[in-house]
Design a protein around this ligand. Structure first.
Ligand SMILES: [Zn+2]
Length: 231
């Protein structure tokens, strides 16, 4: 039985009820879950699963095929009804950083950064890139302006054949790697600043991302440029 991914439709869902459809030593699969599994650059959610008064800590969540495995510090029986609670402070921090990463990537691309080859919650990696200090500072100011404007972050679905990735090599290779039966893509749009496909969890508007605490350029060999950021 597939696990319904509640976090895809509502990234603000902190608690939910579900049924254990598969159980083993220190793990369960649920019919539905709000726990985000490790993937797409976002770490696993943590939290608790409470089964009839007995609470287990969720120490790791992983998606294996259509099922989502919750690894626990105890055992819960198959068929049990559980109440799940997400460690919200941790998740919301990841949602802010991940949404900030999308916005920053979009602003840098608009500023002519060149193709991004890697990104994480703390860095963007461009290669090759003409980025200089002045452009980085300018993007940093623009980022804070967009945060202050509190623009909605919109999620919608599009047909795979209708998506135009242009000459973006990273997006082209992402599309090629996606299984052919995936026809609908989940898009994330931040005003005119960022548009990409993504299955991750996002905040609802740029105000929730918050302003940058730091933004730093580090030139590397072969015109590779790394930008480090903190929120
Ligand atoms: Zn995303």
């Amino acid at each position: 039985m597939d696990s319904e991914q509640l976090y895809v439709e509502d990234s603000y869902l902190r608690e939910f009820d579900a049924t254990v459809v598969r159980a083993g030593p220190r793990f369960v699969v649920l019919d539905r879950t709000a726990f985000y599994p490790e993937g797409g650059g976002q770490p696993t959610d943590l939290g608790t699963l409470d089964a009839e008064g007995k609470a287990c800590n969720v120490v790791k969540v992983m998606k294996r095929g259509p099922q989502i495995f919750h690894y626990l510090d105890g055992d819960i029986q198959e068929g049990a009804m559980v109440h799940g609670v997400i460690d919200w402070g941790r998740r919301f921090g990841f949602m802010r950083l991940h949404s900030g990463e999308h916005l920053l990537t979009g602003l840098f691309e608009a500023a002519g950064s060149g193709p991004k080859v890697f990104s994480s919650f703390s860095q963007l990696d461009f290669k090759p890139s003409p980025l200089d200090e002045e452009t980085v500072q300018c993007v940093g100011r623009r980022f804070d302006e967009v945060v202050d404007l509190d623009i909605p972050i919109r999620i919608y679905y599009t047909e795979r054949d209708r998506l135009d990735v242009g000459d973006d090599a990273r997006k082209q290779s992402f599309l090629e790697k996606m299984p052919p039966d995936v026809e609908r893509l989940r898009m994330v749009e931040i005003g005119e600043h960022a548009l990409t496909f993504c299955m991750g969890t996002h905040v609802k508007s740029t105000g929730e991302i918050g302003r940058l605490r730091s933004l730093r350029l580090e030139p590397k060999k072969k015109r590779r440029k790394i930008v480090y950021f903190e929120l």
